[in-house]
Design a protein around this ligand. Structure first.
Ligand code: BG6
Length: 482
């Protein structure tokens, strides 16, 4: 940690940099976790001085951090790390100035917070410049491509300049505290681990719901929810729930197990697409008591051409020994009633019920990623009552991560991930094979949607998606977790 480290941010004015990256770095500064000898270089096209740049950055980062944590003293210390360079990323000769700035560094971290279309160009330009010297790492944000072919192309160009162990592909869900806790829950608790397979588990549900719409994100209409959320975040959550225990917590061991799950994921194709998937798009409706417009009226959406879905529900199967016959129901959407991310492990009912009340209530384990990060074990216990002798009720054993941490907030995923890049720990980043295998699976589903002309069902903004999503799970005698 005592080495010189340079964090070089391409796209320093991007939404990602202002909303996620710099606030996380500020918080790390506040927690005194940034190495003393870390310098930050912001690269963008605007012709401004460093002072002007920092002034504008403060107006963006300040409100995100908020009154409680904002401190002029921390901000001033943070600002001392910064330099600013105006550069056009597609002009190779402009990389000389970057190279000159980098002369003192030992570890250089190139963070691409740009639109994905620029990844290939920036890597090629870095590769042809004098910038790649010493220990160089590159950080890429999703999406890596928009299908398997384009993903391979990006991976190929990046791979020509950087070895795989220097490439950090971010899926920010892996940096979320509860996602890491899922690994601890599974692999540090004997009783959980021994009940984690088809003999005990009836099915698994993964819900990633957002109450917001697309918020003017221009790329979204070309992607839709499957490419934007399922290919990355939901696939990663699925892998962490389903994978075998890795030998250790190294990136290599974890990736080996995740890739086995992605390979065992049964394709959704023309034969099962109608029963195993649902596509939806929000129409006009309500958000927190206010009327909101439908997707097609959002800025940036070309009404008559748009094919993007904003909701996906999937019934997936993992064809291996542990999960044979266990459905994984996944759903994700924009403009849902709440922002909610949870994984629900639904256990099988008991083989025989000895209680006369007639209920046979199966256990559920709810892993809440957001909000109120925690784990809830739904147990069955006796109703305290003299009138009813053996009535059963479902009660919760609740692990509230924030409450039990003694901290005033759960750190943001980007804080964890940035620290790990600086330390050179790849265990929470996505490997090349994983991202390609995940695209392979999604491509099959997209092609089945196209070939079977699967309809985009409209759902009102503020609802839990099209009725077909309820039908998909109810047909199997199950229901989404309330
Ligand atoms: C991003 C998606 O990766 O994740 C966005 O591109 C989405 O569409 C966001 O809104 C959700 O992240 P979080 O952390 O707010 O659940």
């Amino acid at each position: 940690m005592s080495k010189n480290t340079d964090l070089i941010v391409f796209g320093a004015n991007s939404d990602l940099a202002s909303r996620k990256l710099y606030p996380a770095l500020y918080d790390l500064e506040g927690s005194q976790l940034l190495p003393e000898r870390l310098r930050i270089l912001s690269l963008a096209r605007d012709d401004v001085s460093l002072a002007e740049y920092l002034e504008s950055l403060e107006t963006k980062v300040g409100p995100i951090i908020g009154g409680g944590r904002w401190s002029g003293k921390i901000w001033r210390k943070f600002c001392k790390r910064f330099s600013y360079l105006k550069i056009d990323f597609s002009e190779p000769e402009q990389y000389d100035a970057l190279s000159d700035w980098m002369s003192e560094s030992h570890t250089s971290i190139f963070y691409l917070a740009t639109v994905p279309d620029l990844f290939e160009k920036i890597c090629a330009n870095l590769g042809n410049s004098d910038c790649l010297r010493g220990d160089c790492r590159i950080v890429l944000e999703k999406p890596i491509g928009h299908d398997l072919d384009s993903c391979r192309k990006v991976n190929g160009v990046v791979g020509d300049c950087f070895p795989e162990e220097s490439i950090y592909r971010i899926d920010h869900y892996l940096g979320k505290e509860t996602v890491q806790n899922l690994l601890v829950l599974r692999f540090a608790n004997r009783f959980i681990n021994t009940q984690w397979d088809q003999s005990c588990i009836d099915h698994v549900q993964i819900t990633v719901a957002e109450d917001v719409g697309i918020e003017g994100r221009s790329y979204y209409d070309k992607f839709g929810q499957l490419r934007d959320m399922v290919q990355s975040h939901l696939m990663q959550l699925l892998c962490l729930v389903a994978m075998e225990p890795p030998n250790s917590m190294t990136a290599e061991s974890i990736r080996e197990e995740k890739i086995k799950i992605l390979r065992a994921l049964r394709p959704i194709d023309n034969g099962n697409v109608a029963t195993h998937s649902v596509r939806g798009r929000y129409g006009a409706g309500w958000h927190r008591g206010q009327p909101v417009q439908g997707y097609l009226d959002e800025p940036g959406v070309v009404k008559k051409n748009s094919k993007a879905e904003t909701f996906v529900a999937i019934k997936a199967f993992i064809d291996n020994w542990r999960w044979a016959g266990v459905p994984f129901y996944l759903r994700t959407g924009k403009r849902m009633p709440d922002k909610l991310t949870e994984i629900v492990i639904c256990y099988k009912s008991l083989p025989h019920n000895i209680f006369s009340s007639g209920q046979n209530i199966p256990n559920r384990l709810v892993i809440r990623l957001q909000p109120n990060e925690g784990i809830e074990m739904q147990m069955v216990s006796k109703l305290q009552s003299l009138k009813e002798k053996m009535a059963l009720v479902r009660q919760n054993l609740d692990l509230d991560f924030l409450g039990s941490s003694g901290m005033d907030r759960i750190p943001d995923a980007y804080e964890r991930l940035l620290l790990d890049v600086i330390k050179g720990d790849q265990s929470l980043f996505v490997g090349r094979d994983e991202v390609e295998q995940s695209w392979r699976w999604c491509d099959s589903l997209i092609s089945a949607w196209n070939q079977q002309a699967v309809e985009l069902k409209t759902y009102p903004a503020g609802s839990w998606g099209p009725g077909k999503s309820e039908m998909m799970i109810e047909r199997d005698g199950r229901s989404w977790n309330e």
